[in-house]
Write a protein that binds this ligand. Structure first.
Ligand code: PR8
Length: 466
């Protein structure tokens, strides 16, 4: 793709996903087609979280005194909070924050709800909008000031061990989620200076966009007992002692949709993974005056047949040239197009076209049609996932020479390198190269650090980031 940012910006409007002309910077409208993608994506994550977490809904406003309680946390967000200071004409007694995230809304309530070890673990999540007055350049879905699908989970546990297990559980849930979307990801532990404000440590999921820049699409934080101390979240343990809980939280945003669009899309438009595509099959009737009714009737029958299998199907019976219809659904990324004209009807066949591949497949119009379509959809999902992982594998390059980093990053790669883990050296690496250390992928015990005489302790990643 020549210019990914431009392509991304244009496709959002062309495919009816979002409209960014709303007169507030960083806030956009979800248009009908985008709304459907968003809905199906949310259904997947909800299903995964619902297995072991309970959904709740908190108010959007946080009193200033609660937000201010956790010092490190509030410091991290102080420049990003929108404040409500008036009710009508009157100044409010206490300013109210539009939640930038909900720790300080939820944890005072956890302090009331958690009394005994039998109340633990507590695992709540909510899908809400949050507000961040981002100072960096805003971009639709990627860096917004109103995050419209903030999927945030908050857990509390009796022991540190349980909270570490929860971090792994979140990693597994997010892996499964991105696997369902066919999106390849890099998992790393963020460096100390880039962790969530108030967290002991942060695990992050990043994707490589087509221009080689990485996008952080999900984060999982071990909060230790920092918030428990601040909000006095204590429980009576089996031994009768009052103890502080251990907490974790994890979040995903509209960036998930940005990555679906960016990673699978190509020059001609979207390629949507079948699981989240508003229409999994689009039927395109080829209509002539003669036989028009019969063709349309058969299209209706096919639609019902496929819908009975649980598929989402639409018929494009607009009175325009078929070529234009193919063009439109290519742009919108429907995984499978089915073409049906009078001659096909005579031969009792339809022509299927997968969006991710050029090939046309003739399928008989019989009882096996729906099964065959399901097979094609599965192949599409597999293929999208495979391409995404191949792309990622080709775009992660290892080097032992710090001077090679800029060239590798500028040719659209993420760079893997050995690091001693010392903060000062890490910052030197960032300064010298001009890029961000994403984090550490794994511990190692061989070789030297790329930027010092120290022994290497970690395999780390550095990249140009969004
Ligand atoms: C938390 N608290 O808040 P996090 N536009 C789009 N996506 C964004 C933006 C933005 N302006 N800012 C962040 N994200 C924790 C976990 C509750 C849940 C996305 O964590 O601040 C990023 O993908 O790391 C980020 O990984 C995710 O939201 C969670 O935000």
């Amino acid at each position: 793709m020549e210019n990914f940012d431009e392509w991304f910006h244009n496709i959002l409007e062309q495919a009816n996903i979002t409209d960014s002309r709303y007169p507030i910077k960083g806030m956009a409208i979800w248009m009908p087609y985008g709304f459907q993608i968003r809905k199906h994506t949310m259904e997947i994550i909800k299903k995964l979280l619902d297995k072991d977490h309970e959904e709740v809904l908190f108010p959007m406003l946080i009193p200033e005194n609660e937000l201010a309680k956790e010092g490190i946390h509030v410091k991290g967000f102080e420049d990003e909070v929108y404040w409500i200071t008036k009710g009508g004409q009157k100044d409010l007694n206490e300013p109210l924050a539009l939640r930038p995230t909900s720790e300080t809304a939820i944890y005072p309530m956890y302090a009331l709800w958690i009394r005994s070890h039998i109340d633990l673990p507590k695992k709540y999540y909510q899908i809400v909008n949050t507000f961040r007055y981002e100072t960096k350049h805003t971009r639709p879905l990627i860096r917004v000031r109103e995050i419209t699908t903030f999927k945030e989970a908050h857990t509390a546990h009796a022991t540190k061990e349980e909270s570490d297990v929860q971090i792994n559980d979140f990693i597994e849930i997010y892996k499964e989620f991105f696997d369902e979307l066919g999106i390849a990801y890099l998992i790393s532990k963020r460096p100390e200076w880039d962790k969530f404000p108030g967290a002991d440590y942060t695990m992050a999921f990043d994707v490589i966009m087509p221009n080689g820049k990485t996008l952080q699409i999900g984060t999982i934080h071990n909060l230790g007992q920092t918030f428990a101390k601040t909000f006095d979240i204590k429980f009576e343990d089996k031994d009768g002692q009052h103890k502080l809980v251990y907490q974790t939280c994890a979040g995903l945003s509209d960036r998930v949709i940005a990555s679906i669009i960016g990673i699978h899309g190509e020059e001609k438009g979207l390629i949507l993974p079948p699981k989240v595509s508003p229409n999994q099959v689009t039927i395109i009737p080829i209509l002539f005056k003669k036989g028009k009714e019969e063709v349309l009737a058969k299209c209706g029958e096919i639609k019902t047949q496929l819908e009975n299998k649980g598929l989402r199907v639409n018929i494009d019976d607009r009175d325009i040239r078929p070529g234009k219809k193919f063009f439109d659904w290519e742009l919108k990324g429907t995984p499978i197009k089915l073409e049906l004209g009078p001659r096909d009807l005579e031969n009792n066949i339809t022509i299927a076209m997968r969006r991710d591949e050029e090939e046309k497949i003739e399928i008989a119009l019989d009882d096996n049609l729906a099964d065959k379509i399901c097979e094609l959809l599965d192949k599409t999902s597999e293929n999208l996932s495979k391409s995404s992982w191949n792309f990622q594998n080709e775009h992660v390059k290892f080097t032992e020479n710090i001077d090679e980093i800029p060239e590798l990053v500028e040719s659209e790669n993420v760079v893997k390198f050995k690091w001693c883990g010392i903060e000062e050296i890490g910052k030197e690496i960032e300064e010298k190269t001009g890029y961000d250390i994403l984090g550490i992928q794994e511990e190692i015990n061989e070789g030297k650090c790329i930027a010092s005489d120290n022994d290497a302790k970690y395999m780390a990643l550095i990249a140009k980031t969004y």
